[in-house]
Design a protein. Structure first.
Length: 149
């Protein structure tokens, strides 16, 4: 069964092809690392809005790149909230394009839904390794996120 993936964009001046984002998660559904079945919600939010959510739910008012919410519901796998504005700031620092940085954020959210964490150094190391393996898988499949800012 094909996973439903809802894509929402609230960032002015940012555009992405929703089917391209859906294709990313459909490819990830064929990867070794899996998340629970059910609908997945992806939201591209302004930096300020994501920082407010960060403050409300994680007690940290600083800007952030991605927040993942797991919902204990058999019909809903979870929600990944991403800041394209943060990605555009951080991408050059990481020698990434905007597309590469946002793909990394979406993978990072996916990995949180798969049970990965990055709270302590050992968890961060495992998360970074899983991110690199997932990126390599996507490159092998010829996937490229299509966005414009």
């Amino acid at each position: 069964m094909i996973r439903p993936v809802e894509v929402f964009n609230a960032v002015k001046g940012f555009s992405c092809k929703k089917n391209n984002v859906r294709a990313l998660f459909r490819l990830l559904d064929t990867f070794d690392i899996q998340i629970t079945a059910g609908e997945l919600s992806i939201a591209f939010l302004p930096d300020v809005e994501l920082a407010q959510i960060h403050a409300t739910y994680l007690d940290d008012p600083s800007p952030t790149d991605v927040i993942t919410f797991y919902v204990n519901d058999p019909d809903f796998a979870g929600e990944i909230l991403v800041s394209p504005e943060r990605a555009s700031i951080v991408a050059p620092e990481n020698d990434n394009t905007l597309e590469q940085e946002l793909t990394l954020y979406l993978i990072h959210g996916w990995l949180h839904l798969a049970g990965y964490n990055d709270i302590n150094p050992a968890e961060r190391k495992a998360m970074r390794l899983a991110e690199q393996q997932t990126l390599a898988f996507l490159r092998q499949k010829g996937y490229l996120l299509e966005v414009h800012f």
